[in-house]
Write a protein that binds this ligand. Structure first.
Ligand code: F0G
Length: 429
């Protein structure tokens, strides 16, 4: 989506946006998305839907800095789990929902690995403006997320299949029944997600960091981030763009394979479509399906692949893959520093560690890792990591190649006996 900026009023500098905070009793100035309306002006601000999204935090984490190998004071975590539905999706949903209402939609649908559906369901139930229809793969969604959609009253359709099956179906069904589709194929979603980068810049006093590191699933975030920086640079609001690192799960590594093994590039807007098609054909003929503990990014065919190639081009980006083991260890380190995140989010931290080891990210560079979803989204993975129950560990993690929990905080098992309890506390504290 391109704007005719010459005909719009764009602020002369980014700090101008800070004035809006003084007017936070106005919901559009309180919203961490619509506070930046001048940079996503696709409908008048009065028509923008908000439920208070985007009140997020950029935390400087020295514990995580030490873990990944960058110098103290240079590692930041952008906590998108603080959104109303507990993930970054609310940034994009407020924008897609706004557009849906603008065009008069009464029902909205999405396929989801859980967070998009939780977000859509929440916007529908808070505003009562539309009915949510969500498609999920059976057994492919963490309970924290499923419980949200159910609680919020969404019509929940469980497909016998995975995310990609659900995605294919929701496209068919929404076009047949005239239901508005809010997956990140929807360009308005990406407009909302641009504001994650605006809030990062704001928290850094408008200084551009050296690196943004983000998990890659459907590649909506990475595409949106690239667009945000491209536009800010074009508008003269920043003088350089950060580098972008997109981190796949090793069990769902389409982007990594296409970019790093097959050499796929943006190519001035003409990426090699035949290469992509051939890759998917081989994937299907070999029966390869995404499989990772990070269910949020367990995706075979990322819908924003091409836009993401553009973001890599704009931001001199790199792609990496990390194992489930690496993600869970990184997640434990994030949790140990407070707030915590779900497994997919920790890909950004695990990926940073890898890039520092390779020397791609310098020790003294300023790095922002995006934590896309709240820790409570997927309690099963967290409990299995810390458990003393070997069976549970094996059932949830062992079968995915996770061998150890280096940072486990194990519960101390004691008989229900006062002396024994006191003895245990004295021993371990
Ligand atoms: N992290 C979390 C917590 C997610 O829920 C998702 C995507 C991603 C990362 C990947 O982001 O698609 O922009 O590359 N979840 C989608 C969903 C697919 O249905 O909730 P992306």
């Amino acid at each position: 989506m391109a704007y005719d900026w010459d005909r719009l009023s764009v602020p002369a500098s980014l700090p101008w946006f800070e004035e809006k905070w003084a007017r936070r009793s106005d919901p559009h100035c309180f919203s961490g998305v619509w506070r930046f309306h001048e940079l996503l002006p696709f409908v008048p601000v009065a028509d923008c839907v908000t439920i208070g999204e985007g009140q997020t935090l950029l935390q400087c984490s020295n514990g995580v800095a030490e873990y990944v190998g960058v110098s103290s004071g240079n590692l930041y975590l952008q906590y998108e789990g603080m959104n109303p539905s507990g993930s970054f999706k609310d940034n994009g949903m407020s924008a897609a929902f706004t557009h849906a209402r603008f065009v008069g939609a009464t029902r909205a649908a999405c396929a989801s690995t859980g967070n998009t559906s939780a977000s859509l369901a929440l916007y529908c139930c808070v505003t009562k403006l539309m009915r949510a229809v969500i498609f999920v793969g059976s057994g492919k969604i963490a309970y924290g997320k499923l419980s949200q959609a159910l609680d919020y009253g969404a019509l929940t359709v469980q497909i016998a299949g995975d995310f990609d099956d659900a995605m294919a179906r929701v496209k068919e069904v929404s076009s047949k029944l005239g239901i508005y589709l809010v997956n990140s194929v929807n360009p308005f979603r990406l407009e909302g997600q641009k504001t994650i980068m605006l809030r990062v810049l704001e928290a850094l006093r408008w200084e551009v960091p050296d690196w943004i590191v983000v998990p890659g699933g459907n590649l909506g975030n990475s595409s949106a981030f690239g667009k945000a920086f491209y536009e800010l640079k074009e508008l003269g609001l920043i003088d350089r763009v950060p580098r972008l690192a997109i981190i796949n799960a090793a069990g769902a590594n389409t982007l990594h394979r296409l970019v790093d093994e097959e050499g796929l590039v943006w190519n001035g807007g003409r990426p090699d479509a035949r290469l992509i098609q051939k890759f998917y054909q081989t994937m299907d003929s070999e029966g390869r399906r995404a499989s990772t503990i990070a269910s949020a990014i367990e995706i075979n065919r990322p819908v924003n692949l091409e836009k993401c190639l553009r973001a890599l081009d704009v931001c001199d980006g790199v792609v990496r893959e990390v194992t489930d083991q690496e993600m869970l260890d990184a997640k434990a380190q994030v949790g140990a520093g407070g707030l915590g995140c779900e497994p997919a989010s920790a890909a950004s931290v695990a990926g940073t560690k890898q890039l520092v080891q390779e020397g791609v990210i310098g020790r003294n560079e300023r790095v922002v890792c995006i934590l896309t979803g709240h820790q409570l989204k997927d309690p099963t993975a967290t409990v299995a990591y810390h458990t003393t129950d070997q069976q549970l560990f094996n059932d949830v993690l062992g079968k995915r190649g996770v061998r150890r929990a280096a940072f486990a905080n194990r519960a101390v098992v004691v008989p229900n006996d006062l002396d024994e309890i006191i003895k245990a506390i004295q021993l371990y504290s």
